[in-house]
Design a protein around this ligand. Structure first.
Ligand code: 3H9
Length: 696
């Protein structure tokens, strides 16, 4: 078998080359290869070695696929120690990304050179871990305790220039990785430099108050995560001890974290979000060209979609109903782009160029004649959408992809308004569309494979996480949302307060609870949905009506300063409003309900059971391809805590039989709402879990 690590001599310089596509992860063969190459260099006449990787990136970390299996020797910390212990210097050249174990290999080398565009980072916290091959011990010794802790607790990728400023690399180069390494190695030779081991350095003194401030910020921002503070503990404790003692502390913490459900959940999320992006059925299908995008509607959603496209280098033509509205849409986009400039994400000149050259706003549908793909983001009304698609059918060039951003409506019915239903699909963005990562790609009955593939290509261009969904009311995300929100409403009717439910779910790890979300989205949205569903609502369905009372009182949520919560200067993020509890109490009274207390655990159990049950229905009906597609949807569009992996992963964790038992117990009181998903029953009967459906 070809070894992924080779050693070759170039005069006085040895070259250790890592070649393990796609990202040069340090699986067992690479670890063995690095030790062998280091030994070959040690025994060779060469005086200095260059450690360089082939392909698109330097080592992107440990091989995550090996996590959860029994680790095989040599372990990465020992491999790195072996390299560092060499008596002749090793120059590491970083291109692409040196992440996790890759960054740690670089830290174990004696010198580091970064080529243009290279980035370094310790992103283990994104996998529920801390660096486990010396990152918490060497990095503070090299760049100082506070910057080191900031780097490995944020998991961020640090650009080459900042690496140089931090002292993380010794030099930058414009050359190819190989040439950059050879040049630096030659300078080491010329200057007669020897080895320089980071493990032998002392941690520079730092201000304890800065460390405390960082810890407090992490405790706030990373609520629920167990790994971040463990990393700081290991770094701080190790910084006061001999290096080898510090390594033991790091190792212990790393292995303990490796056993946690959080690590399993976050690695599930890592691989799932990559799986949703490559549909097996689209293998070999060529997407249509994407250069010029049409957007219809310049409100929050349409404007956000336009910004997202512009920032990704696509041309945009945005249509509004008259020139005034078109100008307003342009102003909104200009403002969002100005915010990007303020945040340092966009250069001011680039913003000017985008607005002048890449964006056209118009009230004339004929301007869409040449677009490659058009996304309709107008008012959620079937009549309005049908009118838009009839116009698009008449105007757009043959082969243009016609997409609707509807959140609920039937894409098949929309497609039927055109003579080219094969070109129609749903592209469901989440607001704000230039920020939110999720894109539900709705595969309608007649959508052609290359049109679906074009949806996925657009997601890639926009750096979104795509999930394929089938047609139904609410697709994957909103359909499931309607059920757990209803389960929450039932508990409120029975005696819980919306504020208790929100708090419990935030404690569980959600970014926000459902009633705070309702206030953010607007109480009118829920009201209109209830109105839309009223004609077809089954008499047996229980539902809360206090939202209607809030709506009629003009309490539309954040935008009016009151919804479930009061939003004012005193509490910009909202404080509970006793008046809402009174409105709910009246509704209970009118419905003859005697309120009772709910425990926090009961709230989580019921809310999650409703979410999982509907998730299982969505998978069982083929609306979502696999349970992991439900997980990714909830993680990226609905604030589900990543450290719990998504609702279906969470269900496997607590046990599907437990979930089914909850559903059956609830069905005794309400067998209309609590109908177990056939797929859930089947899996329980067969002793299987959701994960078994994710394979392949
Ligand atoms: C660690 O290092 C622990 C150590 O501290 C201690 C150890 C003792 N392993 O993302 P892409 C696959 S923890 C295995 O689509 P991009 C990925 O699944 C690790 N596989 O490409 C995909 O496979 P497929 C710390 C990996 O260009 C393919 O490579 N490191 C790994 O958009 C392409 O990936 C990290 O957390 C891996 N480490 O982005 C870095 N990484 O083609 C994780 C990727 O079958 N990786 N794959 O779908 C990344 O952030 C991105 O992959 C990267 C490239 C930025 C490198």
């Amino acid at each position: 078998m070809d070894t992924p690590v080779t050693y070759e001599a170039h005069g006085e310089i040895g070259v250790i080359r890592v070649n393990n596509p796609p990202v040069n992860a340090t699986g067992i063969a690479v670890r063995e290869g690095l030790v062998a190459a280091a030994d070959e260099f040690a025994a060779s006449p060469q005086k200095v070695a260059v450690l360089v990787a082939e392909g698109r990136t330097f080592i992107a970390g440990a091989d995550i696929k090996e996590f959860g299996q029994t680790p095989k020797e040599p372990h990465l910390p020992d491999v790195i120690a072996h390299i560092e212990a060499l008596e002749k210097p090793v120059v590491c050249v970083i291109h692409g990304t040196a992440l996790g174990g890759g960054c740690e290999v670089a830290l174990g080398s004696h010198y580091r050179v970064a080529v243009k565009g290279a980035r370094m980072g310790l992103p283990e916290v994104n996998l529920g871990l801390i660096p486990g091959a010396g990152g918490t011990q060497r990095l503070p010794r090299l760049i100082g305790m506070i910057p080191a802790c900031e780097m490995f607790t944020s998991g961020r990728q640090v650009g080459a220039e900042e690496c140089l400023q931090l002292g993380l690399v010794d030099a930058l180069s414009d050359k190819t990785p190989f040439d950059a390494g050879m040049e630096f190695a030659q300078s080491v030779l010329d200057q007669g430099k020897g080895v320089r081991r980071v493990s032998e350095m002392e941690v520079a003194p730092y201000d304890e108050a800065d460390l405390q401030a960082l810890k407090s910020a992490i405790a706030r921002k990373q609520r629920g995560h167990v790994c971040h503070l463990r990393g700081i503990e290991a770094a701080v404790a190790g910084g006061k001890l001999p290096f080898a003692e510090g390594m033991k502390i790091e190792r212990q913490a790393f292995w303990e974290l490796m056993q946690t459900p959080q690590r399993a959940a976050m690695i599930h999320a890592f691989f799932s979000e990559r799986k949703t992006a490559s549909l097996p059925e689209l293998k070999g299908v060529t997407p249509r060209p994407l250069d010029h995008i049409g957007v219809i509607g310049g409100g929050t959603m349409g404007g956000g979609i336009a910004v997202s496209c512009l920032l990704s280098g696509l041309k945009v033509t945005l249509i509004e109903r008259d020139t005034k509205a078109a100008q307003k849409a342009r102003d909104g986009i200009a403002k969002t782009l100005a915010d990007s400039v303020k945040r340092g994400k966009l250069k001011a000149e680039k913003r000017e160029a985008l607005l002048a050259e890449a964006l056209v706003t118009s009230d004339d549908y004929n301007s869409l004649a040449e677009v490659d793909l058009v996304i309709e983001a107008v008012f959620e009304s079937m009549e309005v959408k049908k009118d838009v698609f009839t116009k698009l059918d008449a105007i757009c060039k043959q082969g243009a992809v016609l997409a609707s951003n509807t959140s609920y409506l039937d894409i098949d019915a929309i497609a039927a308004m055109t003579k080219r239903p094969q070109d129609v699909l749903g592209l469901h963005f989440f607001s704000p569309a230039h920020v939110m990562k999720l894109l539900e790609i709705v595969d309608a009955e007649k959508t052609a494979p290359e049109v679906l593939a074009t949806g996925f290509a657009l997601a890639k261009a926009l750096k979104k996480i795509p999930v394929r969904a089938g047609v139904c009311d609410g697709f994957i995300g909103n359909r499931i949302l309607s059920k757990y929100r209803a389960a929450g409403d039932h508990m409120v009717l029975e005696g819980a307060s919306p504020f208790q439910i929100d708090k419990v779910l935030v404690d569980f790890g959600f970014a926000m609870g459902p009633y705070a979300v309702a206030d953010l989205a607007g109480i009118d949205i829920g009201y209109l949905t209830r109105q839309r569903l009223a004609p077809t609502r089954d008499k047996r369905e229980r539902f809360g009506e206090w939202g209607d009372a809030l709506y009629h009182k003009g309490r539309l949520g954040r935008k009016t300063g009151r919804g479930h919560y009061i939003y004012d200067e005193q509490s910009p993020k909202g404080r509970p409003d006793p008046e809402v509890e009174e409105i709910i109490a009246e509704e209970r009274k009118a419905k003859g309900i005697t309120p009772r207390e709910f425990t926090d655990a009961e709230i989580v159990e019921r809310y999650m059971a409703a979410m999982i049950n509907e998730g299982a229905k969505v998978v069982g009906e083929g609306i979502a391809l696999r349970p992991l597609d439900v997980d990714v949807t909830k993680l990226y569009g609905y604030g589900f805590p990543r450290f719990r992996g998504g609702p279906m992963h969470y269900a496997d964790h607590i046990g599907l039989d437990t979930v089914l038992a909850t559903i059956k117990a609830q069905a005794q009181a309400d067998d209309f709402f609590w109908q177990p998903a056939p797929l859930l029953e089947q899996l329980v009967n067969e002793g299987r879990n959701f994960s078994s459906l994710n394979e392949g």
